[in-house]
Design a protein around this ligand. Structure first.
Ligand SMILES: *[C@@H]1O[C@H](CO)[C@@H](O)[C@H](O)[C@H]1NC(C)=O
Ligand SMILES: *[C@@H]1O[C@H](CO)[C@@H](O)[C@H](O)[C@H]1NC(C)=O
Ligand SMILES: *[C@@H]1O[C@H](CO)[C@@H](O)[C@H](O)[C@H]1NC(C)=O
Ligand SMILES: *[C@@H]1O[C@H](CO)[C@@H](O)[C@H](O)[C@H]1NC(C)=O
Length: 295
């Protein structure tokens, strides 16, 4: 009783009242003490084996740029984490040929095995992203900076994109390469772009995406810098079937003529040194409508 009274009186004074917090299902915010090599250990917050170049370790890929964390990092005492691409970022799937058309470095939440609690009911995926002026992307390529791939690997429920679409007929609503875009089920042709915004450099772009795994709805939230998230799209119909895994990082497509096998063909320049900075990664339970919009 006393506790409630104190909260009410602080509220009356205009101080911050505690907000109800949603149930956390995965917390991928990186503690200040973390080292790149921690990402290679089986205690890593993220899958320690996937997805990176066949002959690479996370210790070589992960960087910690010295800048302030994102909206949801600061209250948690977490720091930004950068994934980088270079000429060795060639992933070779088990039993398959090296994917020489792509360059890939992606983080997958530990425990996200395709059927776990992050793909049940309704869940919200949070992440923030910003450019690294020392490792710029090349916007004449298409990049996937995040997606949720079905557990049979046949498609993705959503993709988070930047750069010039490899296939313009897939993304007729995209005219500016240097944009961040949230698109729906990848097997749709064309894709549905639910939201796009300019990818302005050197500032945090904060996203949240609520996915109803049975309701087949998606809702997109977005803000810049340290502003609270605001709904920017949805709820909209999206085929969310198939469970699967959340990827965050960089998958760079090649350039080349339409119709090529982008996994194994096309052009990638050498002496690559690119990166993308992430922060504020967590997944929460939203079956009761709860979505965290500010810390
Ligand atoms: C990894 O290293 C092995 C041994 O040097 C080499 O045969 C293979 O082609 C390399 N894989 C990639 C994707 O570069
Ligand atoms: C995935 O993880 C859940 C627990 O989080 C477990 O119940 C389930 O059996 C696992 N599925 C697979 C395919 O490993
Ligand atoms: C951007 O990519 C294209 C195609 O791979 C390449 O020709 C060009 O040199 C790259 N630009 C820069 C600045 O690296
Ligand atoms: C979603 O797509 C799957 C095939 O991937 C299909 O079997 C299913 O009927 C679709 N669901 C809806 C609601 O459209």
């Amino acid at each position: 009783m006393k506790y409630i009274a104190v909260i009410l009186s602080l509220g009356a004074l205009g101080a911050c009242t505690p907000r109800p917090s949603c149930t956390l299902l995965f917390d991928g915010r990186v503690p200040f003490s973390a080292k790149p090599a921690d990402f290679d250990k089986d205690t890593s917050l993220y899958d320690h084996q996937y997805v990176h170049g066949e002959n690479q370790t996370w210790a070589e890929i992960i960087k910690f740029p010295s800048l302030a964390g994102s909206l949801f990092d600061i209250p948690k005492g977490a720091k930004p984490v950068e994934v980088t691409l270079n000429d060795n970022s060639i992933f070779t799937p088990g039993g398959g040929a090296p994917q020489v058309g792509f360059r890939r470095s992606e983080l997958i939440p530990r425990g996200n095995n395709g059927t776990d609690i992050t793909v049940q009911g309704t869940t919200t995926f949070h992440w923030s992203v910003r450019t690294d002026p020392r490792r710029p992307l090349n916007y004449t390529h298409e990049y996937h900076a995040g997606w949720h791939e079905t557990s049979d690997y046949s498609t993705s429920q959503f993709t988070f994109l930047t750069g010039k679409p490899f296939d313009a007929t897939m993304d007729p609503d995209v005219s500016k390469p240097r944009t961040l875009r949230l698109a729906g089920r990848q097997s749709n042709h064309p894709e549905t772009t639910y939201f796009q915004t300019a990818f302005t450099p050197d500032i945090w772009h904060n996203f949240a995406l609520t996915i109803g795994w049975e309701s087949n709805e998606v809702t997109v939230y977005y803000s810049k810098a340290y502003n609270a998230l605001k709904k920017v799209a949805g709820p909209a119909f999206n085929n969310n079937s198939g469970g699967g895994q959340f990827h965050l990082g960089l998958l760079k497509l090649p350039t080349g003529p339409g119709g090529i096998d982008v996994l194994h063909e096309g052009y990638q320049q050498s002496h690559l040194n690119e990166g993308l900075i992430f922060g504020g990664v967590f997944i929460e339970q939203s079956s009761n409508g709860c979505v965290t919009l500010e810390p």
